[in-house]
Design a binder for this molecule. Structure first.
Ligand SMILES: NC(=O)c1ccc[n+]([C@@H]2O[C@H](COP(=O)([O-])OP(=O)(O)OC[C@H]3O[C@@H](n4cnc5c(N)ncnc54)[C@H](OP(=O)(O)O)[C@@H]3O)[C@@H](O)[C@H]2O)c1
Length: 334
């Protein structure tokens, strides 16, 4: 008998996610069957992509199921194993339930070395968001020394790494973030040349004209909406746009229209590429080597927000969609 506390999707949101979209329950998981392992969650990653998964709209991942636990990238410890590939005590990373314990068949799980870095780092600066930043910056934005690179959600899990990688490549980096504290950190710690507060500045175009007088050569797009429109209009010839996400649209029931002057793409010979990091797992080794070395040498800094207790996951997730997290948001489950 294994009692687990889990959080299930109780209702699909219409517009903003609300507390009644979640329900906490305690269930008996039973014992692992042949081939299964029982994992105790230690850290759960909360990520923007979970918001589209709460709906039934077509996307690159299937919707969460109603009355079933939500899932997320997690680090956990094997407490019981009937799978020859895993032993009791192994620390593993992969998709686990929003729960204290998960029964798993082991597929898609990766064993990690807990001595390399704090466990939460495997979900942030050494994990999926950082890999996303690395892929989009290195393979799509391809910044050259002296170019101007723009990053929206500049201090988020992805943006903070994207901006620093552009800076290390010798580019001038400009970002936007919500609030003075985040913008100050972006410049002081993450090396952005400038960062503006998108909540205070309503005319993003005017701010960009001041901060990017030579135009924008590459855009790492995390937010979409009005900020993206302003950036798009200021792209230079042969500019690259790595379209990583559009968080400003995830809760919007009447999404904003895209830029109107699409011929700009032709006139300026722009490359606009959407990408999903999971398509590029073959490059994970290169990412770990490059970014792991930068973290170890102190050249790459990363913020994280740790929320204590599984029960706080729903409110923390709602906060993420309002910009309350600073850097990578994780829940310490145990
Ligand atoms: N393509 C992929 O494979 C992939 C992988 C991972 C993430 N992503 C995408 O990358 C983006 C960033 O993800 P993340 O993990 O780094 O999240 P995050 O930055 O840690 O958290 C989201 C941040 O977005 C900002 N935000 C929220 N609503 C906003 C709005 N309406 N307008 C402007 N900013 C808003 C907030 O920061 P502020 O306080 O600065 O506003 C919030 O802290 C998301 O769009 C996500 O979906 C894509």
């Amino acid at each position: 008998m294994t009692d687990t506390v889990q959080i299930v999707l109780a209702r699909r949101p219409a517009g903003d996610v609300t507390a009644d979209c979640f329900r906490e329950e305690t269930v008996d998981l039973g014992a692992p069957a042949e081939g299964q392992i029982l994992i105790r969650s230690r850290y759960l990653s909360l990520d923007p992509y979970m918001r589209p998964r709460m709906t039934e709209l077509r996307s690159y991942t299937p919707p969460f199921e109603l009355d079933k636990p939500l899932t997320g990238g997690s680090v956990g410890e094997v407490v019981e194993s009937r799978n020859p590939k895993f032993a009791k005590g192994d620390v593993v990373m992969g998709m686990l339930n929003w729960a204290t314990h998960t029964l798993h068949d082991g597929r898609g799980l990766r064993r990690i070395d807990p001595s390399v870095a704090p466990l939460s780092a495997h979900l942030g600066v050494l994990g999926m968001p950082s890999f996303t930043a690395w892929y989009g910056m290195k393979h799509i934005c391809k910044p050259n020394a002296g170019e101007t690179v723009f990053v929206s959600a500049a201090t988020g899990a992805v943006g903070q790494v994207a901006g620093q990688l552009a800076k290390l490549a010798g580019a001038r980096t400009v970002g936007c973030a919500g609030g003075e504290e985040k913008c100050a950190w972006a410049v002081r710690e993450a090396g952005y040349d400038a960062c503006f507060d998108h909540k205070a500045e309503r005319d993003a175009g005017a701010v960009l004209d001041t901060l990017c007088p030579q135009g924008i050569d590459a855009d790492f797009e995390n937010v979409g909406g009005r900020i993206f429109h302003a950036v798009f209009e200021r792209m230079n010839n042969f500019g690259r746009i790595a379209f990583c996400g559009a968080i400003s649209e995830y809760q919007d029931q009447t999404p904003m229209a895209g830029p109107t002057k699409m011929f700009t793409i032709v006139q300026r010979r722009l490359t606009i590429q959407g990408f999903i990091v999971s398509d590029h797992v073959a490059l994970m080794g290169d990412f770990v080597n490059e970014v792991g070395a930068l973290v170890k040498s102190g050249q790459l800094k990363a913020r994280e927000t740790v929320v204590d207790g599984l029960g706080k996951a729903p409110s923390a997730f709602m906060g993420l969609l309002r910009g309350e997290n600073f850097g990578k948001l994780v829940v310490k489950v145990a």
